[in-house]
Design a protein around this ligand. Structure first.
Ligand code: SER
Length: 323
């Protein structure tokens, strides 16, 4: 019997989009989104949904058995900014969430696992431009420390126990279907809503803070791509560098002005500036390109025009439905 797919943390920024993409590919019944709460979204009424706390290992085992799960996407985590505010819980969730899945996969044998790492696994001593796959890491944030530790455990479980775990280091992710939450790169999503609502935005990162970013469509393509790759093509079992575009808040604002000429931006950096300053400017992802055929599609102008067009459409629909 064909196995099914479990998404943990399905109501988050990536989870919503991944649920949609995997259902389109495999059908509604084969994809089981789960989260600690069921959000009030039409998407989650259209098919199965499980209330699941990844820290409850017994329940996690039950869900995996009940639904005949053979693939898990473990996306439940606290992001960089929220992790700084609650380090103990961030460590608990980000690490034990991963351990529970890896330990179940170790016993079960036929469970393929996706777990995301991040550019936050790098640190202030990492070469910032075109950051290589293998380099000095030394993350300085709670979130980054959990991601680097997680990467090492993924490789360990692969080497010692043959767990088929696959991972990518996401850059900042930008999409219009789901809201980000608690990240340092989230300015690059918020900015579009402010630009369209009132033509102004105050960035919490300074104007020349360059960070690696990616359109959500590309991130979903990479996520499904690495999971579909033949096992022997996935040569790195810690986590792959992954790149889309890199830009600063100022450059993003300039690109937005091409669509909304009156748009204005100012800058009021807060505690997230030091997180951003410790991360790379740009990423060398040639290993992902070579090993499993990754390529990105969205450059900056396509990313910005897509965000503006799609958010405008969403706003038009909500005005229509409220009339
Ligand atoms: N986008 C994440 C964050 O800002 C980094 O992986 O926390």
């Amino acid at each position: 019997m064909q196995g099914n797919i479990l998404i943990i943390g399905a109501s988050g920024q990536i989870g919503i989009e991944l649920t949609m993409a995997l259902r389109t590919k495999h059908g509604v019944d084969r994809v089981i989104p789960s989260d600690i709460r069921k959000p009030d979204l039409e998407l989650f009424n259209e098919g199965p949904f499980e209330i699941l706390n990844v820290l409850d290992k017994a329940r996690l085992e039950e869900v995996i058995a009940e639904h005949n799960i053979t693939e898990v996407y473990q996306l439940a985590a606290l992001l960089s900014a929220t992790s700084e505010k609650n380090p103990a819980f961030a460590w608990d969730l980000n690490m034990n969430g991963l351990f529970h899945i890896l330990d179940i996969a170790k016993e079960k044998k036929n469970l393929k696992v996706f777990w995301p790492s991040s550019i936050a696994a790098f640190g202030p001593n990492t070469p910032a431009d075109n950051t290589p796959q293998y380099t000095i890491m030394e993350p300085s944030s709670v979130y980054g420390i959990s991601k680097l530790a997680g990467e090492r455990w993924c490789e360990y479980y692969f080497q010692k126990f043959g767990v088929d775990v696959r991972s990518i280091r996401y850059p900042g992710l930008i999409g219009y279907r789901s809201e980000p939450g608690g990240g340092t790169t989230d300015y690059a999503v918020d900015i579009f809503y402010h630009a369209l609502d009132n033509g102004k935005y105050t960035s919490f990162l300074s104007e020349n803070t360059m960070l690696p970013m990616m359109m959500m469509e590309d991130a979903i393509k990479a996520t499904i791509g690495i999971m579909e790759a033949p096992s022997e093509s996935v040569k790195i079992r810690s986590s792959y560098n992954l790149a889309g575009v890199s830009f600063t808040p100022k450059e993003l604002a300039e690109e937005i002005k091409k669509h909304i000429p009156s748009f204005e931006i100012d800058y009021a950096p807060d505690f997230r500036q030091s997180l951003a300053d410790s991360w790379p400017n740009s990423i060398d992802d040639s290993s992902a390109r070579q090993d499993w055929g990754w390529n990105h599609e969205y450059d900056m102008s396509k990313l910005v025009s897509t965000m503006i067009t799609e958010i405008r459409k969403k706003k038009a629909v909500s005005i229509e439905t409220s009339n």
